[in-house]
Design a binder for this molecule. Structure first.
Ligand code: AVW
Length: 276
């Protein structure tokens, strides 16, 4: 009986501690559920617009809100595997660009080497230097049926389906880039692979087919080689490239080593034409 009061006090304290712990556990659980739910429901939605506008505004005199509206109408509220390239026609119409004749640079399987070169030398313009190309370079996006959101995760990959929003976009603006090409155009191809002119590439399947002899005079291929080059200008796939060209466009091919390109990049005082 003497122990009755302290034991009851101990029990009370234990019960109170249990209660506090349970409340904390429930609160933590609620927070976890809310965070997970929030992440799943938004699934990276509406994160693209600020990046789009920010990059777009670096091009002065551009109506970026209008360009964004035209861009997102191509894919919002649609199955992300049902976005053919024509869906971007209205975008092309509002974000047209003036071609720089004699300075346009095409490329295939040389993404890093070509941009490394063009960034250091102000000689050539690639698709990724144009407003739309630079705004969307490296980004992923899609929509979904029944929603007006732009998602940036869970979108189909490049090869998951042909008509996905990202692939169709690059196909469409590449077609435009080739349609307006003029004068002498250059293409940097990869001399370290067996098929530098690959039929499945955008360069082969879209751009070359659209170069028009009324505007384009020459196609100069720069075949970028490394020490132990596997390909040269006599490569079979380059014969196919010549066959594909619109009659009247003259063809030229030059093997240029990567070190020669690097050397030229580090001497910006050399005239542009002197690199190869
Ligand atoms: P590329 P392109 N998965 O080097 O001639 C993910 O073959 O096609 O050159 N991304 C891919 C895939 C893939 N399987 N295939 C291609 N890509 C993306 C526009 C990737 O970002 C310019 F004007 C890769 O770096 C050039 O003249 C890029 O597409 C011409 O088209 C290029 O693939 C280059 O297209």
């Amino acid at each position: 009986m003497e122990h009755d009061v302290p034991v009851r006090g101990l029990e009370k304290r234990r019960t109170r501690r249990c209660l506090v712990l349970s409340v904390v556990a429930v609160l933590i659980l609620i927070i976890i559920v809310a965070v997970v739910l929030g992440l799943t429901l938004t699934r990276g939605s509406n994160k693209l617009k600020p990046v789009f506008l920010d990059r777009c505004q670096k091009f002065k005199d551009s109506n970026c809100e209008e360009i964004w509206d035209a861009f997102q109408q191509a894919y919002v509220n649609r199955d992300p595997c049902q976005v053919p390239m024509e869906r971007y026609d209205p975008l092309i119409a509002v974000a047209s660009f003036k071609p720089s004749c004699n300075r346009m640079m095409f490329w295939s399987k040389t993404k890093d080497v070509v941009h490394d070169f063009t960034e250091k030398r102000d000689c050539f313009v690639t698709l990724e230097d144009t407003l739309l190309g630079s705004v969307l370079n490296g980004l992923t996006w899609c929509g979904k049926q029944g929603s007006s959101e732009t998602l940036t995760t869970g979108c189909p990959g490049w090869t998951d389906c042909d008509n996905n929003p990202v692939r169709s976009f690059w196909n469409r603006i590449s077609a435009r880039f080739a349609d307006v090409a003029c004068g002498d155009v250059t293409a940097m191809l990869n001399g370290s692979i067996i098929t530098p002119f690959s039929p499945t590439s955008i360069f082969a399947s879209i751009e070359v087919k659209r170069l028009n002899s009324t505007r384009v005079r020459n196609l100069n291929v720069v075949l970028v080689t490394q020490e132990n080059a596997v390909t040269n200008c006599t490569n079979g796939s380059l014969k196919n490239l010549q066959k594909e060209l619109d009659e009247g466009i003259k063809y030229n091919c030059k093997e240029v080593s990567e070190s020669q390109l690097k050397d030229c990049s580090s001497h910006p005082e050399k005239p542009c034409g002197a690199c190869w």
